[in-house]
Design a protein around this ligand. Sequence first.
Ligand code: BGC
Length: 380
Amino acid sequence: METSRRTVIAAAAAGLTAATIGTAHASGGKKPVRELFGKLADGTKVHRWSLENGGTRLKVLSYGGIVQSLEIPDRHGRYENVSLGFDNIEDYVAKTPYFGALIGRYGNRIAKGQFTLDGTSHQLSVNDGVNSLHGGAKGFDKRVWDVEGFASGSDVGLVLHYTSIDGEMGYPGTLRAKVTYTLTRHGDWRIDYEATTDKATVVNLTSHVYWNLAGEGSGSIYDHELQIAASRYTPVDSGLIPTGELAEVAGTPFDFRRSKTVGRDIRVAHQQLLYGKGIDHNWVLDKGITTRPEHVATLRDPSSGRSLRIASNEPGLQFYSGNFLDGTLVGTGGHIYRQGDALCLETQHFPDSPNHPSFPSTVLRPGQTYRTSTVHSFGA
Ligand code: BGC
């Protein structure tokens, strides 16, 4: 149903008449193209890859695997970039709050940047008060990845590689990460994460796209409707570290089991909303860890009609309501980003899992392959 609607919308956007729409079909098969986006201070080139399939247009940087732009049509076939970002590499290096980036080695927080594994304690790079956030001071979001484009059958995509050396940011083991971005013929954006290690370590990779389905820079997402398939969440302390409790969402502002607007309960006087300056919490997905990606959340913007459905095999979802956007950044389209102008839906294992034996394990050992997948499906 949604797919055929997409085809009609894509055909309309391409200027096809009603008579020709019947024969229009999703493109597919065109290899991604690469251009120079900028250079880092040391002269390293950063490339931008452009790919398109099934009505979705994606631009990705070799720096951080960053989704620099993701365009999808609205109900009238009008394309808009629905992810926050910058139009130049300097801003990404100097001041990005992880816009569009790949996050590793550990998405989210590890308390005091410390954990003990097999009797050895490790001290990580601390970059968020006393805690380690998103892999430390120079995580995967700030590394230049090796990128190759592919067109295979009806899919097009990118394969990104990064090798993190033993001890980088305090993490044990050399971690070889491979991330595949695929655009399917239906316009779905699929992320497949893989990693191997030569010493026991912890790993939790995710993607940090800031979504605004009405278009980046168009204002607040408080009218977006969100549904999350989770009956529990992980309450946090004032440093946003989970207490260990898996609390029921029923009767709290965290109940998104039935679709509601993001803004509806965001100003309820609830201690957890005070800690997060809004929503910045991990939901415990009812489906748990699954072998294949299963439904996680649906986001919908009533004004444009655009929707995003997320499926993953991960057990958790961090929903961050853009609380720390403070009007100091100017985005891709030349608009200032303010609090609540976008939201992140980060599929993941739970925050601080290495210090919570009761949480699903994030340990990876030599000989094992870390594998997780998240699929983003768009509609209008
Ligand atoms: C975290 C926020 C953090 C943001 C960085 C999110 O994943 O949950 O606490 O401020 O990333 O921009």
